[in-house]
Design a protein around this ligand. Sequence first.
Ligand SMILES: NC(=O)c1ccc[n+]([C@@H]2O[C@H](COP(=O)([O-])OP(=O)(O)OC[C@H]3O[C@@H](n4cnc5c(N)ncnc54)[C@H](OP(=O)(O)O)[C@@H]3O)[C@@H](O)[C@H]2O)c1
Length: 298
Amino acid sequence: MEYIKLSEQVDLSKVVIGCMRIKDAGMEGEQLLQFVQECLDLGVTSFDHAPVYGGYACEKIFGDSVLRKDPSLREKMKLITKTGIVLPGLKGNKVIYYESSKEQILKEVDESLIKLGTDYIDLLLVHRPDIIGNPAETADALDSLVKSGKVLNVGVSNFMPSQVSMLQSYLSTPLVTNQMELSVQGLDNFFNGVTDDALTRRMPLMAWSPLGGGNVFKNDDGDTTRLRDVIGEIANAHQTSMDVVMYAWLYKHPVEVAAITGTMNINRVKSAVDALDVSLSYDEWYQILAASRGYDVP
Ligand SMILES: NC(=O)c1ccc[n+]([C@@H]2O[C@H](COP(=O)([O-])OP(=O)(O)OC[C@H]3O[C@@H](n4cnc5c(N)ncnc54)[C@H](OP(=O)(O)O)[C@@H]3O)[C@@H](O)[C@H]2O)c1
């Protein structure tokens, strides 16, 4: 396993387990504990959460099944969670909104600590940019969480480069990562300045939905079929599977990328690990880009 050093205190495994789907997958209790242990055995140490996953359920399922069952696992893992999404009804609200106020952030972190069954978060991310949030207030909350030791590192998610710069300008503590959608089907962030900005800052990215949420495997529209055919050919040439090729495609980018896999299947987690040893050629990388977009680069 390879690790990405975010700071003196925190390094992430390049393969991160996304916990968004644990409720829908019915993962809990002994089955989830065993899955987490198998991930740790592979060197996959990092687990990505958010309060909103599973309609505010997933953090607690993880805490109940894993850390309250075996607290000794805490020191073997890195816990990532997020803050700032308010789902409809939580505060009597009619619509979903993003709130990065100090009150909301501090409250959410205290709740996440309890639900997850830990007294610190390795990495806290502002989940989405809050358009009407006061960045000085957001920064004050994040700095105070780091100072208190409740959070070791902070970062952002779904932030454009200007939004990263703006929030950083108010913060004492460095933003260590930006968690973005990046995959063979999620190409926008390769072309809108996000990856260039990460390289400029020497900032690692975390790729969410690295397999396009699984759609590449199941959708039968023309665009997906064309992409799947090309990925299949390349997988055959490397004597491997399509998911390995899709992870290897991400790892080929010069940005340091941690892939947040959403699978709950340990053999499919192994694909994300195996891909670290697969090197795609320039031709293969651009074939996949062209198949995804439906046209060659000019
Ligand atoms: N920051 C954000 O805004 C944000 C947004 C979305 C997600 N995330 C994070 O990113 C994580 C991953 O997102 P994701 O779940 O969409 O990621 P993903 O890995 O792209 O998709 C996971 C889905 O693909 C399926 N899959 C995986 N390998 C497969 C294979 N070989 N054949 C067929 N199906 C396969 C999985 O099913 P099986 O379980 O059956 O394998 C699962 O349904 C989330 O858990 C969350 O932590 C963050």
